[in-house]
Design a protein around this ligand. Structure first.
Ligand code: IPD
Length: 281
């Protein structure tokens, strides 16, 4: 198993780098922008092309493995996580950033076995930062070990979050209520890179104490959550229980004290699950 996971990690890193090159070079091309679940849930041909590039490359090396890919799911494929080895792919995390050339764009690749993420790779391609983690083996950025912040005082913390692409008034009200609670604690600051994967890597790097969001998808967080936990952080649901990969809710923090403080401020809501049958979505 150890060698097998190392082979998976090596392949994930190689293909993420290749994908990142394609993403970076596409930044100077004209981009045809399409929409998915809402007028602000964007997708481009580069997202679709890069996802196919990753899937083809993995299939050649690991023909029996399964895939959950953002754009394949958008095209109608199922989003069911089984016990089988599964590659969970976001070809461009931060598509809105990509469209606007806002400089945080990541390729995110998680690999799960028995529904547990074993390998996580996030390539923040414009920064040329390759974040990697293997369960039990630590988290790294360009080969350097990562360690979360030691801060336990929420008033001295930076919290990352995003507004997501759901503009339903009720959801926006929940998001603003949580944000209002956090800002008025007060905390040192609230930030958002525009990509869930990079926000989680910022927690792992130690420059952000916590990241939370309701509305993300399994492909946004699969790799990042292992990078956070291998850097010493904790992962929770927004109501305090264990993270459910398909629930579209996450709190990733440097420690339990900060996570619980953040959770106290969150006004939770329940988006349709990633693995819900299409009619329920
Ligand atoms: C999105 C980004 C964004 C987050 C959204 C995600 P995408 O992913 O991670 O930061 O707020 O919830 O869906 O669509 O750019 O892959």
């Amino acid at each position: 198993m150890a060698d097998f996971l190392q082979n998976v990690m090596d392949h994930a890193v190689a293909v993420a780098r290749k994908a990142g090159e394609v993403v970076c070079s596409a930044l100077s091309d004209e981009r045809k922008i399409m929409t998915k679940s809402s007028a602000v849930d964007l997708v481009t041909q580069t997202d679709q092309r890069v996802e196919q590039l990753i899937i083809q490359s993995v299939k050649e090396k690991f023909p029996s493995h399964r895939f959950i890919g953002e754009e394949s799911v958008a095209a109608g494929e199922s989003c069911i996580l089984t016990d089988e080895p599964t590659w969970i792919i976001d070809p461009i995390d931060g598509t809105t950033n990509f469209v606007h050339t806002f400089p945080f764009v990541a390729v995110s690749i998680g690999f799960s076995v028995n529904k547990r993420v074993e390998v996580g790779v996030v390539y923040s391609c414009l920064e040329d930062k390759m974040f990697t983690a293997r369960r039990g083996k630590g988290a790294f950025c360009n080969g350097e070990a990562l360690q979360v912040s030691e801060q336990t005082d929420i008033h001295q913390a930076i919290i990352a979050t995003e507004f997501g692409s759901n503009r339903d008034l009720k959801a926006v009200d929940h998001i603003f209520f949580s944000l209002r609670n956090i800002l008025t604690l007060p905390v040192h600051g609230v930030r958002g890179a525009g990509t869930a994967a990079v926000n989680m890597c910022l927690v792992a790097l130690g420059c952000v104490e916590a990241y939370y969001e309701i509305g993300i998808h399994v492909w946004d967080i699969a790799a990042g959550l292992l990078i956070v936990s291998e850097a010493g952080g904790v992962l929770m649901d927004v109501t305090g229980g264990d993270v459910d990969l398909m629930s579209r809710r996450i709190v990733a923090a440097n420690n339990k004290t900060i996570a619980e403080k953040v959770i106290e401020q969150i006004d939770p809501f329940t988006p349709p699950r990633d693995d819900a049958p299409p009619l329920d979505k």
